[in-house]
Design a protein. Structure first.
Length: 118
């Protein structure tokens, strides 16, 4: 299974064990089967312009990315039962709530993705 290590423009690690949702089935399931999301974990969903948290058991930080991995918009601490969209987005990164604040990650940062088999 493909995994990701993701850092922000300042070199801070956002995730070192992020999963990749790059098929229709994986995008539909997302994090719904997870009871929690630990620090270092995450989910990169591509392609997509939006996400929802219906049925989620925990809040998440949501990052909308351009094709070049530039952060277009962030939605920190998105709680269950919400929808978030960015029509310009190519993909979305879902992270444990609080990750963006802890790493100083903001709109305009360009993220670095390192893929590996995990």
């Amino acid at each position: 299974m493909k995994k990701l290590r993701i850092t922000n423009s300042g070199g801070r690690v956002l995730a070192d064990r992020a999963d990749v949702a790059d098929t229709s089935a994986k995008r539909r399931t997302g994090l719904l089967k997870h009871a929690k999301l630990d620090r270092g974990e995450g989910l990169w969903i591509a392609p997509t312009e939006g996400v929802h948290t219906f049925g989620m058991k925990f809040p998440i930080d949501v990052v909308f990315l351009s094709k070049a991995k530039k952060i277009l918009k962030i939605r920190p601490n998105m709680v269950r039962g919400r929808i978030a969209l960015s029509l310009r987005a190519h993909s979305v990164l879902e992270l444990p709530s609080g990750t963006l604040a802890e790493t100083g990650t903001v709109a305009g940062d360009v993220l670095n993705f390192e893929f590996y088999e995990g």
